[in-house]
Design a protein around this ligand. Structure first.
Ligand code: FAD
Ligand code: SF4
Ligand code: SF4
Length: 1006
């Protein structure tokens, strides 16, 4: 353990001599204490270099102070190799450039922090790709992949990382740079080290021959076999020795990669996919060896548990069902995804037919779903890649634990091995879900263990029995995810004493002072040491009275059946909040940059602090008293949550359902109770209460509107309350919606005999549309009335009904509850009469389906939630209804044609609830319209976030990621955005007036 003075000195000296960011505070170090494994060790300090020169300085200073170094990419390792009491150096923020591409030689040179997906996006223009397609492609870095000798789903065709790396330039432990490539060209230190390892390999040749697993998927230990290949696939195409391969799989313990030269492959032009459905798991396993003879590029397994879990998830259900021969029949026990890829489409179709024939020959006629369409295949692969995360969504303390999850056995033994290991699990009172790489005998399986109870003990027992099976079937104990802590102690078992000694000598030759990721591969700790674990039997959570009802997470599970106990029975002192936070398993999926929403603040900052994972870790550490006295309502937690815009992107896209938007509200409720509300908080939260006063007091609205016209007032407001002067504020309308007589009906009035309840609708006027843009509400009412609906806009004697959104965003959950109860009292009578409630502002209407269900509001909330819809959702639902033959309302929604370009920006909450597509669908009801969804994350305004002076800049940066550039590229398009704050952001950033979809439909009414 390093003394604080040394840590301080380390940070000061690195900062003084480089541009690197240094973090020594406990919260930052805590966020880098874990990877995607069960382990946790608080690092000495964290360094985020801006370039290679910064790394040189960091390595030099750490060496002088004898502080160990731990290089880090995405931190998605599963065995604990990216945890350690060291100076953690995070390459992923800046040290991630594509340095060179040679499309002719098919070579790319990259910095280690580059993410695989980003590399492949850059290579697409050359029709090339880097084919080590790990499931974590959106967040895994090339440095980390090389560190782990990672392998993708298509390793049967392309091999592992070691087969695809051509050279590595690396810093050695003494700070010197060395070039590792072909042995015949080696010079200086690289040559000296290469020759040293070569003589070791020669000395141990017979041991290597005897003990080395002869399978493609062996990633344990150092690659001493590069001089005498033991792998199913040669490491190089011409049998030459490449010294870079020594570093691949070294888990940061031999050298620090500066740049990597990669061999690229042509992007396959065509792919076909056969999905084989099996009624027996054993049969699936037994069939893999036969299917492999057809030359597929992948054979991937998904078992029944995962299929069932996936079918329960709205994001995956429909895709999974495309893979089933009969979606109404019982779920198959397993499916195998068999992919063929290449240049000639016809050949691939033939191979697909061969698969059908083969399965018939094996007694399974009619068991193959043939997928030739690229998008369908892509969707299914995404579900397969999410496999582990689907499994990890299990609530309760028992979690699927990774420690034997990638043992590789020869294909002919796969069926026997899987059934023997299943028996082992049962013996220990647990079970595992099987999935992944059947093509290469590496099936992933994680038994469910409770590390807070007897998990560590069971883990060792299961590991021992699994190891015996691996030996029996001549497999490799570590076939994909590396050694780290969970497998380090098995290296000696796998390779024998002599080779283990040789590994120690290699380590000593490269790193005599043992400063590079110590304890990994050589001298590893025991896999079950409690002090290295994230959760252990002494793990404690502080009691907490929560604002929301988190009881759905406060449960336990049965490891054999995966059944969940009743809500509230999980014994969480934080009433379920801690267990909801613990759902984050650190897989880093929130670091992706794809078409989804999650996580906008990370997309802009690339900081671990500002990603969902960093936030969940901060909350976890605070709730379990690991932040040196900083409790939940402390400033360090506030800082971590500060840039969370509450977009709910994570609610939908985090595979384990971490809902940080709700967690932020929970946090704010504690923080505000302890620290009080600022004037700005009050102005934002209480808007629904004072809005009627402004609206009703003659001349006041006009006066307030002057703020946008007189810069001095804006500047004063910025100075006094922190609302950015760069922003225009929403304008108070001269007439609110409640002043417009057309829509004023009370509950009693609606009983009009000629109209059935289905023809009535409550249009919920929210504060924003009601006071600032009442035209949107009248447009919605016009569209609904034109289609024959009787529209009721609720109005109160004093003020207006409010959903409580502004209070929730400010953490005032109790105040929000007052409004929620009042609103539910009103709306439940309509809901009981089967009358739907429609809202225009997504964040308001959807809170009735989301936060309301966690506020202890009982059955009323459940009932109203079932009847609450966004405007466009309601139209789509109604338009799909079959009218009775004599109904006067056939073709109820009719619009004039348009040929104008229409672009839609989906509000984050629409996307989180999967209700963004109805906006497109209603627009398609306009003849000639061809609306397109802008592929954008959060607009960045996010309620009041973008108006706040300290957030204005980052808010704009979020908008500039894709939203504003897409709008600027379409100067004549109609821009549709249902969120009030989205429309303001678009106006401020692109000077374009976006419209609520209701306005567009009103414009096109016949
Ligand atoms: C849900 C899930 C699915 C996964 N699927 C796969 C899969 O399909 N295939 C697979 O192989 N793995 C898989 N993994 C494991 C992991 O994602 C991969 O090993 C990945 O390549 C690690 O990349 P990273 O950037 O996160 O590495 P990190 O965890 O950051 O680092 C990995 C190792 O490399 C070392 N390292 C990092 N940078 C350097 C450097 N510059 N110099 C020297 N050493 C360095 C680190 O010290 C560490 O020991 C999965 C993990 C999860 C959570
Ligand atoms: S927040 Fe979700 S996506 Fe991010 S690391 Fe945790 S579990 Fe994965
Ligand atoms: S709510 Fe949005 S900003 Fe906040 S953590 Fe989730 S994805 Fe990120």
């Amino acid at each position: 353990m390093n003394k604080p003075s040394e840590t301080h000195l380390l940070a000061e000296r690195i900062k003084k001599n480089s541009a690197a960011q240094m973090f020594t505070d406990i919260a930052s170090r805590g966020r880098y204490a874990t990877d995607a494994s069960i382990y946790q060790t608080i690092p000495v300090a964290v360094c985020v270099p801006t370039c290679a020169d910064d790394v040189t300085v960091a390595l030099q200073v750490a060496k002088e102070l004898e502080i160990p170094i731990l290089p880090r990419g995405g931190g998605t390792s599963q065995c604990g190799q990216t945890t350690g009491a060291a100076l953690v150096i995070d390459n992923s923020k800046h040290f991630r450039k594509l340095l060179h591409v040679d499309p002719v030689e098919k070579i790319a040179i990259v910095e280690p922090g580059m993410v695989l997906d980003h590399l492949n996006a850059g290579l697409k223009q050359h029709q090339l790709w880097f084919p080590v397609d790990v499931s974590t492609a959106g967040q895994a870095t090339i440095g980390g992949m090389a560190g782990n000798n990672s392998c993708g789903s298509r390793s049967i065709a392309y091999g592992n990382m070691v087969h695809n790396v051509a050279g590595i330039d690396a810093w050695l432990a003494n700070g010197q740079l060395a070039s590792f490539g072909l042995m015949e060209n080696a010079q200086g230190e690289a040559l000296r080290l290469g020759q040293f390892v070569e003589q070791l390999a020669r000395k141990h040749q017979s041991d290597i021959q005897t003990h080395w697993p002869k399978v493609l998927r062996r990633v344990a230990g150092y690659n001493l076999d590069i001089f005498h290949n033991q792998n199913e696939k040669p490491y190089t195409s011409d049998d030459k020795v490449n010294l870079a391969h020594l570093l691949v799989g070294s888990e940061g313990s031999l050298a620090y990669f500066k740049s990597l030269t990669l061999n690229l492959s042509p992007l396959p032009q065509h792919k076909t996919l056969g999905v084989v459905n099996f009624a027996s798991f054993h049969k699936a396993m037994d069939s893999a060896q036969h299917i492999a003879h057809l030359g597929p590029s992948a054979i991937e397994l998904v078992d029944r548990t995962m299929l069932d879990l996936g079918r329960q998830n709205p994001e995956f259900k429909s895709t999974i069902e495309t893979a089933l021969c009969d979606k109404n029949a019982p779920t198959p026990e397993a499916i195998l995804l068999v992919e063929f890829s290449g240049e000639n489409h016809q050949e691939l179709l033939t191979k697909l037919k061969d698969l059908v024939t083969l399965m018939a020959d094996l007694g399974l006629a009619g068991s193959v779903v043939e997928m030739t369409q690229a998008q369908m295949q892509k969707n299914l692969w995404e579900v397969r890649k999410a496999g582990l995360n689907i499994m990890m969504s299990l609530k309760g303390d028992g979690k699927p634990v990774s420690f034997i999850e990638d043992c590789a056995v020869p294909l002919e033994h796969l069926a026997e091995y899987t059934s023997a290991l299943t028996d082992v699990f049962h013996k220990h009172g647990t079970r595992g879900t099987w999935y992944a790489h059947a093509s290469v005998g590496t099936l992933h399986v994680r038994p469910i263990l409770d590390m807070r109870k007897d998990g560590a003990h069971k883990m060792r027992e299961i590991a021992q029995e699994a190891a015996q099976l691996v030996r029996k079937y001549k497999g490799a104990y570590s076939g994909e995810h590396g050694d780290g802590i969970s497998r380090g102690e098995w290296i000696k078992w796998q390779f024998g004493e002599n080779i283990n000694q040789a590994f120690s000598q290699i380590k000593h030759a490269f790193d005599p002072d043992c400063l590079l990721n110590p304890g990994k591969i050589v001298n590893p700790p025991k896999m079950d040491e409690h002090h290295l674990m994230r959760f252990h039997p002494k793990y404690e959570v502080s009691p907490l009275k929560t604002a929301f009802d988190w009881s759905a997470w406060n449960v336990q599970n049965n490891p054999m059946t995966e059944e969940i106990s009743a809500p509230g029975t999980g014994l969480d002192p934080a009433n379920g909040f801690a267990k909801a936070v613990d759902m984050c398993n650190n897989n880093g999926h929130c670091r992706k940059f794809d078409a989804g929403t999650m996580c906008p603040s990370y997309r802009v900052t690339r900081d671990e602090q500002h990603v969902t994972r960093g936030r969940a870790n901060t909350l976890r550490l605070a709730l379990s008293n690991q932040l040196e006295g900083n409790h939940l309502a402390s400033e360090v937690v506030k800082e971590a949550l500060d840039l969370c815009v509450g977009c709910k992107g994570c609610k939908r896209e985090c595979p384990t359902g971490v809902d940080m938007a709700k967690m932020k509200i929970e946090f704010l409720s504690h923080y505000k109770k302890e620290h009080g509300l600022s004037l700005r908080d009050r102005l934002i939260a209480y808007l629904p209460r004072y809005a009627p006063i402004i609206a009703k007091t003659p001349g006041l609205a006009k006066l307030v509107n002057l703020r946008n016209q007189i810069p001095l007032i804006a500047k004063c407001m910025e100075w006094l309350i922190g609302v950015s002067a760069k922003r225009t504020l929403p304008q108070w309308s001269s007439q609110t919606i409640w002043d417009q007589p057309n829509y004023q009906f009370g509950y009693d009035d609606y009983i009009v005999e000629s109209l059935p309840a289905q023809r009535m609708v409550v249009l919920l006027a929210d504060t924003f549309n009601g006071y600032f843009e009442p035209d949107n509400l009248s447009a919605a009412a016009d569209v609904l009335k034109a289609a024959g609906y009787w529209v009721y806009i609720p109005r109160k004697e004093k003020g207006q009904y409010c959903c409580g959104r502004t209070f929730l965003s400010s953490g005032l959950v109790d105040e929000a509850k007052i409004h929620a109860k009042e609103l539910l009292d009103l709306l439940s009578s309509y809901a009981k009469a089967d009358i739907d409630i429609v809202g225009l502002e997504p964040s308001c209407i959807l809170s009735l389906r989301d936060e309301y269900l966690m506020m202890g509001l009982g059955e009323q909330a459940e009932l109203v939630a079932k009847h609450s819809f966004t405007f466009e959702e309601f139209i789509i639902k109604e338009a799909a209804k079959v009218e009775p033959p004599k109904s006067p309302h056939v073709n109820k929604f009719q619009f004039k044609a348009t040929d104008q370009e229409i672009l839609v920006h989906g509000h984050c909450h629409q996307k989180a609830f999967e209700v963004a597509s109805p906006v497109i669908e209603v627009l398609k009801m306009i003849p000639g319209a061809n609306p397109k969804m802008i592929e954008s994350s959060c607009c960045g305004m996010a309620g009041s976030f973008g108006y706040e002076v300290e957030h204005e800049k980052i808010s704009m940066e979020m908008a500039e990621l894709t939203l504003l550039p897409s709008i600027r590229k379409a100067p004549d398009a109609i821009i549709v955005a249902d969120g009030t704050s989205c429309r303001h952001q678009i106006d401020d950033g692109a000077s374009r007036k976006a419209l609520h979809v209701a306005k567009v439909l009103q414009m096109q009414l016949k």
